[in-house]
Ligand binder design. Structure first.
Ligand code: 4AZ
Length: 243
C-alpha cells in the first residue's frame, strides 16, 4: 500500500496474508499476496496469485508449505495462526491476458479465529459502488513502487471512481483493458494513495462490506492511473457456491 497508515489485524481481523516460505523466503513469513476471510473456513483472493508466474509452479499442491496467516499484524513475528488450505478453487474464467474475473477461493482445513469474516457486497449493493464512496485498501505490499515491502499491515483511504475513469486510463494496449463487468475502479485522481505489488488479492472495503480485491493497475499511486479491483458483487454468487 502506497500512501497508507499503519493498522492492525486486531482492528481488521478479516485481512489475511498468503505465504509460502519455501517459495518466497523466510523473512516476512514468505508473504506473496493478500486475502480476505469471508466465512469461517473461506478466504477469497485473486486468481492471479495462483498463476504460474506468481507461484513458480503450475499447481498450489506443489507448495506444501502454502499457508493462510491470520491475526498477525507484523509478518516478522510469530503471532496469530497459520492455517492450511484443504482446497483452492481458481476461477476457470480468469483471463491471464486482461485479468478479467480475477478471483480464487481458498477452503481451509481448520476454521479461522472467531469473528474473522467480513460480509461481501452483492448485486443489490449499489451504494457501495457509487463513485465518490470512501474506501479502504489493506495490505503488506510495496509502500513506494520501489519494492519497499511493509512488515506491518497498512491501510489507505481511497475513493471509488466511475468506470469511465478506468476506461479512460486503461482503454487497451500496453496499459491494459478495463472491463467493468468483473472489475471496479478506485484511487485518487492526483495519485499518492493506492494498492501496489504484494497487496494483490487483499480487500477493498466500503462501509464494512468487501467490494473489491486488489487486482492490477499501471504502476502504483500514479496520477490518472487508478487501481483496478475485482468487482466482488459480480463474483459473490460464484464465491458463495464454493463456500
Ligand atoms: C501488482 O503487481 C499490482 N496499483 C497490484 C496492484 C496495483 C498495481 C500492481 C495497483 O500486484
Amino acid at each position: 500500500v502506497v500512501g497508507g497508515v499503519p493498522t492492525t489485524t486486531q482492528q481488521e481481523p478479516w485481512v489475511v496474508a498468503l505465504s509460502s516460505r519455501s517459495r518466497f523466503g523466510s523473512d516476512r513469513s514468505g508473504q506473496f499476496c493478500g486475502g480476505v476471510a469471508v466465512g469461517s473456513r473461506t478466504v477469497v483472493t485473486a486468481a492471479h496469485c495462483f498463476g504460474r508466474e506468481a507461484l513458480g509452479v503450475s499447481d498450489w499442491r506443489q507448495l506444501p508449505d502454502l499457508r493462510v496467516i491470520a491475526d498477525r499484524t507484523d509478518l516478522s513475528d510469530a503471532t496469530g495462526e497459520e492455517l492450511r488450505p484443504s482446497d483452492v478453487w481458481v476461477n476457470p474464467d480468469f483471463d491471464q491476458t486482461t485479468n478479467a474475473n480475477d478471483v480464487a477461493v481458498i477452503t481451509l482445513a481448520e476454521p479461522l479465529p472467531n469473528g474473522a469474516a467480513i460480509p461481501m457486497a452483492d448485486s443489490s449493493d449499489t451504494d457501495s459502488y457509487r463513485p465518490g464512496a470512501r474506501a479502504e485498501v489493506y495490505g503488506w505490499g510495496d509502500t513506494t513502487g520501489n519494492s519497499d515491502y511493509a512488515s506491518t499491515l497498512r491501510a489507505a483511504d481511497i475513493t471509488v471512481l466511475a468506470d469511465s475513469a478506468c476506461q479512460q486510463a486503461y482503454p487497451g494496449g500496453s496499459v491494459g483493458t478495463y472491463q467493468p463487468a468483473s472489475m471496479m475502479c478506485a484511487g485518487e485522481e492526483q495519485g499518492g494513495r493506492d494498492a501496489c505489488q504484494g497487496d494483490s488479492g487483499g480487500p477493498l472495503v466500503v462501509a464494512g462490506r468487501l467490494v473489491g480485491l486488489v487486482s492490477w493497475g499501471n504502476g502504483c499511486a500514479l496520477a490518472d492511473y487508478p487501481g483496478v479491483y475485482t468487482r466482488v458483487s459480480a463474483m459473490e454468487a460464484l464465491i458463495a457456491r464454493h463456500m
